[in-house]
Design a protein around this ligand. Structure first.
Ligand SMILES: O=C(O)C(=O)C[C@]1(C(=O)O)C=C[C@@H](O)C=C1
Length: 362
């Protein structure tokens, strides 16, 4: 490099340093205002988290930017700025189905950003329990996978614990095969969560038909085993590979493209209507002809969109079923409120699980 080129580079770096200084000063100002908002909210014991406002902030920023700064980068930066401001208002503890690096962990970070404290729980029931007891502010659990279907333990938790659904997150699930060496010929056993093994069955049969598979409690647990045993390969997330220092043998080995999991965020409040909301219900129908029709009729009449219905056996009453139901709209929308009241008439019991902003499309 010539002298004048070095000089030019130093000048430009000085400019960057000055801009960064301004950015930090602006971030500090933003944090101060966010704390003031937090103090106002605390006066009427309102929850710091306002997903609708957060989405509005992100939309405003992308509009102002007009694509000049890469939009994806800007979204990540501002999601983390908001996460830090929210956490400064009141530090939050988030329980999730652990251990660290599970897809539920990734979903929790997608929803809350990285500022809160994330606490891995041993199983789905524990996530519910900790939220119910108030030891965590929120919990994140998987509800359904586009290939594997509904997670029964989550439906049980919604029935057994006093918690509300306060949000949802959709996360694309892409499974990688990983081990210590990155060499396929070293693999003597393949470990993963039963869902992940099922989602990669075709690929495993085509590529490693002679290698036995073993089910473990989570994809992260599988990665931990792979980290200590060179003969073990894990099917897990890219985050697990980074965390446990594993090499990728094969990327995205799931059999169906577009494999997505929907996660629920559990808490104790009701987010305000955002204009694009979902309401979740848990109900039990009378055991008589036409009771399911009675449930669906008022929804159809009022033009309410039923987005999910899933039955689950009542454990202590053979051949009776609970129904988990999602409908479009917020319980504060008059039409939804009336629809739920109408449904109630044909139910032996109905619990409103929560109303919350719909998860963003991936
Ligand atoms: O506007 C609010 O209500 C705030 O608390 C501020 C803020 C933000 O940083 O922009 C932080 C947390 C909320 O979830 C929404 C937005």
């Amino acid at each position: 490099m010539k002298d004048n080129e070095v000089k030019r580079l130093l000048e430009l770096r000085k400019k960057i340093d000055e801009i960064d200084k301004e950015l930090v000063s602006l971030l500090q100002k933003r944090l101060k205002v966010a704390k003031e908002i937090g103090a106002e909210k605390a006066k009427f014991s309102s929850q710091p988290l306002d997903v609708t406002r957060e989405r509005e902030v992100l939309k405003n920023i992308l509009d102002i930017n007009g694509g000049v700064f890469p939009d994806d980068g800007l979204k990540v930066i501002f999601s983390e700025i908001i996460s830090a401001c929210r956490n400064a208002q009141r530090p939050a503890k988030i329980g999730y189905l652990g251990p660290a690096t599970t897809f539920t962990h990734m979903a929790a970070c997608k929803f809350f950003g990285h500022s809160p404290e994330f606490i891995p729980q041993r199983n789905i029931t524990e996530v519910f329990e900790e939220v119910e007891r108030g030891r965590t502010d929120f919990g994140v659990v998987p509800l359904e996978n586009s290939v594997e279907g509904t997670v029964a333990l989550t439906l049980d938790g919604l029935h057994d614990f006093k918690v509300k659904v306060v949000g949802e997150v959709y996360l694309p699930i892409s499974h990688d095969l990983m081990n210590k060496s990155g060499r396929i010929d070293q693999i003597k056993r393949i470990l993963s969560h039963p869902h992940a093994l099922a989602q990669c069955k075709g690929w495993l049969q085509r590529n490693l038909p002679a290698v036995p598979t073993e089910e473990v409690v989570s994809t992260a647990q599988a990665a931990r085993w792979a980290a200590v045993d060179p003969e073990v390969a894990a099917i897990a997330s890219p985050l697990a590979a980074r965390t446990y220092d594993l090499q990728i043998v094969a990327k995205s080995i799931e059999d169906f493209a577009g494999n997505t999991t929907r996660f629920l965020v559990l808490g104790h409040y009701c987010p305000r209507p955002s204009g694009r909301d979902k309401t979740s219900l848990l109900l039990s129908l009378e055991d008589r002809p036409g009771s399911l029709f009675k449930l669906l009729k008022p929804l159809a009449e009022k033009g309410i969109n039923l987005t999910k219905i899933q039955s689950r056996p009542v454990k202590d009453e053979p051949w009776r079923y609970l129904f988990y139901v999602d409908i479009a709209g917020h319980i504060e929308d008059p039409v939804v409120k009336e629809g739920v009241e109408a449904i109630k008439k044909g139910c032996t019991f109905l619990v409103w699980l929560g109303s919350y902003p719909m998860g963003l499309p991936i």
